[in-house]
Ligand binder design. Structure first.
Ligand code: SME
Length: 157
């Protein structure tokens, strides 16, 4: 497992602007580089009511847009709870952007009382994400939120 406290320190020094486009790009690049066994990492941004728009990512071209009532990302947006899925094939409304993806971890990004977006990680390995991975990625999302002005990309206030 990666040393998530080290990754938090690396991300903190990497995010030296408060720009959301720069910071989303840097965050998914760092995660893709440092967390093993991922095939996709990226942001979906809440720019219109009850919809997620594809944001900066690393990996293959992905689905866009995703309504709140669809898929694992939609569930994270709707419930504002992290979604940790061992086997996406067992999830009825999972949106398959890439048939290689087997495990998925989606973390909601909240600022104040507003859902700004979600961070989505996919892995080709079933059961890839442990509770400790979830806690680690949540700590990276908290660092991203702390270091970024999150109003710029959102159309929805
Ligand atoms: N599988 C996701 C869709 C996004 S892609 O994995 C990049 C879902 O079910 O929400």
């Amino acid at each position: 497992m990666p040393d998530y406290s080290l990754l938090v320190r690396q991300l903190t020094s990497l995010l030296d602007t408060r720009d959301p486009l720069v910071n989303t790009s840097q965050t998914c690049a760092l995660i893709m580089q440092e967390v093993p066994e991922l095939n996709w990492v990226g942001f979906y941004i809440h720019r219109e009511p009850n919809m997620l728009a594809l944001g900066p990512f690393q990996g293959k071209p992905a689905c866009h847009p995703i309504p709140f009532d669809k898929g694992v990302c939609g569930a994270a947006a709707r419930t504002r709870q992290s979604q940790r899925i061992d086997d996406v094939d067992a999830i009825a409304d999972h949106i398959a952007c890439d048939a290689a993806s087997k495990a998925e971890l989606v973390i909601p990004i909240i600022t104040g009382d507003r859902l700004w977006g979600v961070l989505d990680l996919d892995s080709p390995t079933s059961g890839r994400f442990s509770e400790a991975d979830q806690a680690g990625i949540e700590s990276l999302v908290a660092t991203f939120v702390h270091r970024t002005d999150l109003h710029d990309l959102a159309r929805t206030e």
